[in-house]
Design a protein around this ligand. Structure first.
Ligand SMILES: Nc1ncnc2c1ncn2[C@@H]1O[C@H](COP(=O)(O)OP(=O)(O)O)[C@@H](O)[C@H]1O
Ligand SMILES: [Mg+2]
Length: 260
């Protein structure tokens, strides 16, 4: 069987902006390769500016690589037909750091989740009502909150809503870009637990992006370390944590806050 996702020699550079005397292409990704199997979670770590979001956006087909090939379930993203692309949108869902960006502030949160079901034509209009409530349950949100506006929720609750919206289409892959970075430590732990439950119960594969190796180590089967657009280390989480092969990985491990 195909791997769920393959990234082969993907590079991405951005045309230079800024003042003319500094103008040259910025290389965000430099020949990145990785593979993700069904139901697995890959933690993608690296400091700010290392290219994590750019890689996430390439995998989500929100931006095209400058070079290289990405395939999802054997299909190359760059050559997908319209129909393939719409199926891809259903099968691969994003979760972002700031749910304000993905939730319409004017809409009750139930409607935002409902919108995902409508747009992918999942179920019938009648069963969708029920499904919204099931999704609220699934992510640990009280169904009494369906009519609330995003602004009246806590950051953790808002992130649960965006996870519910992502789950609506029963995706096979979630690309979560710093999904807990804006949250307090205790709330981070709750959302991480939710991601672990989803892995366990739904077997959805995940690319979990964070600048903090301590955040990804417990939920990732594998870890890839990005440094200036290059994957400097990639392997099973336990092996990377116990026997890091690169100084930069050791620095990231050293930066994890540990209770004394
Ligand atoms: N749309 C863009 N236009 C120009 N440069 C960009 C753009 N997006 C990202 N970059 C640059 O690419 C590099 C990697 O950025 P990013 O992928 O956001 O890193 P990370 O998510 O790890 O913080 C940075 O140098 C950033 O400035
Ligand atoms: Mg980023």
């Amino acid at each position: 069987m195909n791997s769920l996702l393959t990234v082969e020699n993907v590079s991405k550079s951005f045309p230079a902006g800024g003042p003319p005397w500094r103008r040259r292409n910025a290389v965000a990704l430099d020949r990145v390769s990785l593979t993700l199997e069904r139901g697995q979670t890959l933690g993608l770590v690296g400091e700010s500016g290392s290219g994590k979001s750019t890689l996430g956006r390439c995998i989500l087909d929100l931006t095209a690589p400058s070079e290289g090939v990405i395939t999802f379930d054997g299909k190359e993203l760059s050559t997908m037909s319209r129909a393939d692309r719409s199926t891809f949108r259903r099968r691969v869902q994003p979760v972002f750091q700031d749910p304000y960006g993905s939730l319409d502030p004017r809409w009750p949160i139930g409607r935002s989740v409902r919108e995902s079901l409508d747009s992918f034509r999942i179920g019938t209009p009648l069963t969708r009502e029920r499904r919204v409530l099931d999704l609220f349950d699934r992510v640990g949100l009280s169904t009494t909150l369906v009519d609330r506006l995003p602004t009246t929720l806590s950051g953790g609750q808002r992130q649960r809503v965006s996870i519910a919206a992502a789950l609506a289409s029963e995706p096979e892959l979630i690309v979560a870009d710093e999904p807990v970075s804006a949250l307090d430590m205790s709330v981070q732990a709750q959302i991480l637990n939710l991601f672990m439950d989803l892995q366990h119960d739904l077997h959805v594969a995940c690319i979990f992006i964070s600048h903090d190796l301590g955040v990804v180590e417990h939920i990732s089967n594998e870890v890839a370390v990005l440094y200036h657009g290059v994957i400097v280390e990639n392997g099973e989480t336990e092996q990377v944590m116990n026997r890091p092969g690169h100084d930069y990985t050791r620095a990231l491990i050293g930066a994890i806050p540990r209770p004394k």
